[in-house]
Design a binder for this molecule. Structure first.
Ligand SMILES: Nc1ncnc2c1ncn2[C@@H]1O[C@H](COP(=O)(O)OP(=O)(O)O)[C@@H](O)[C@H]1O
Ligand SMILES: [Mg+2]
Length: 388
């Protein structure tokens, strides 16, 4: 069966599609093999990106536009899958589409007398199914929340499948808009896997670039490379409650979006623009290393610590300045840096691959959340199915 996985993350930069062939094989945990047939990325046109960012902002969001965006994204996701299928001459049988997160609050908060965790992904599955003529799984997160979890992260399902090792402790680090990791101790069973958001990924860097240089992002990390990191600012930022919060924890634009960036730029007042971007870049690298030291290494035994590996993925891997900073930060922790590409998972396609596999599980009525990663009380079959 060929499954298309579709991802568009909090960066709101575009749509990633991965075509995955999944073949049933035997029983048990590795009951199938998966092969990546191809993957493609489609940047959002400027006006679409601006609308998405606007609708993530509670004060600007209009309900009619929210309804429109749901259907528009359905069309765009369907087109992205169709184009990718044509390019790689593949016939897609099933689609798993994450959708665009407009709001995510994984920790229960009081609302009208009840404590609720909530999440909202948009991109209409019925439209995708109608255009492509195949069933589509969307809306993966609510089932985990309904089971008492934070609805995120869901990619640990793939991380465990692809990276578990008898002797080496591994950290799967994705750097999208937000940065998140999955920690898999050597020889771990699924219930020993932990995962959480470390903090900002590209989001603060991107916002600083937009604000100071009018660019979407710091291409190839050139600007950051020419600036100096303001250590005092980083130290202050890392004292924020978010970074002390014990996992599982999740973050989004609610934590590191517009308001946060406003405060960050305020703290950097009076310094050069390049230093600000360098500092935003270092914040990502340091908050990752900090989180690993606090929350991951204590779970890895001494021996594993010596052989630990970090496997990075996501758009942040395209920023060599960030990668150099990250490598420097984790070296003293005796962790080597590797790219997910070395494991057959191209950095930009990994999350899309994960949603193809999650859809495959749902289609076969099997649960795929990892409760130790999301905090759910039980496993759950994720998503909703739209039939063609
Ligand atoms: N060539 C590049 N140089 C520097 N940064 C890049 C490059 N390509 C992508 N990025 C970064 O990756 C981000 C997108 O990462 P992605 O993994 O798609 O995040 P998300 O999952 O949040 O959509 C961009 O916003 C940008 O910050
Ligand atoms: Mg993206």
């Amino acid at each position: 069966m060929i499954v298309a996985g579709v991802m568009s993350g909090t960066s709101a930069d575009g749509i990633n599609v991965a075509l995955v062939r999944v073949s049933a094989r035997g029983r048990g945990r590795t009951r199938y093999t998966h092969t990546l047939l191809g993957h493609e990325e489609y940047p959002f046109p400027g006006p679409v990106r601006r609308m998405i960012l606007e609708l993530m902002n509670a004060e600007l969001a209009r309900v009619a536009d929210l309804a429109r965006l749901n259907f528009l994204l359905g069309e765009l996701y369907a087109e992205a899958v169709a184009k990718t299928a044509r390019k790689f001459r593949a016939k897609v049988d099933l689609v798993g589409c994450h959708g665009q997160t407009l709001y995510h609050q994984g920790t229960p908060e009081r609302f009208l007398g009840r404590k609720l965790a909530v999440t909202w992904q948009t991109g209409e599955g019925a439209v995708i199914a109608a255009r492509l003529g195949v069933p589509v799984v969307t809306d993966f997160r609510p089932a985990d929340i309904a089971a008492g979890g934070k609805g995120a992260p869901l990619v640990p399902f793939l991380d465990y499948l692809a990276y578990r090792d008898k002797r080496i402790g591994r950290i799967a680090q994705n750097i999208g808009g937000i940065a998140n990791l999955t920690a898999i101790p050597a020889g771990a069973s699924t219930d020993q896997v932990t995962a959480f958001d470390t903090g900002p990924g590209n989001m603060v860097m991107d916002a600083a670039m937009e604000e100071l240089f009018g660019k979407r992002y710091d291409r190839d990390g050139k600007i950051a490379a020419s600036g100096r990191v303001m250590d005092g600012v980083i130290a202050r930022l890392l004292r924020a409650p978010f970074f002390r919060q014990k996992p599982p924890r999740t973050a989004g634009r609610e934590e590191f979006g517009r308001e946060y960036v406003g405060r960050f730029l305020q703290l950097c007042r009076g310094t050069s623009k390049t230093d600000v971007v360098a500092t935003a870049t270092a914040l990502t690298a340091r908050s990752i290393a900090d989180a690993i030291q606090r929350f991951v290494l204590p779970r890895f035994g001494n021996k594993q610590q010596r052989a630990a590996q970090m496997i990075v993925s996501g758009g942040g891997t395209k920023n060599p300045t960030l990668m150099a900073m990250l490598s420097n930060e984790i070296k003293p922790l005796s962790i080597d840096l590797h790219f997910s590409d070395e494991f057959g998972l191209p950095a930009e396609a990994k999350e899309a691959i994960a949603f193809a596999l999650l859809a495959y599980e749902t289609w076969h009525r099997r649960p795929s959340n990892v409760p130790s990663a999301t905090g759910a009380k039980r496993t759950a079959i994720l998503g909703k199915i739209s039939y063609a």
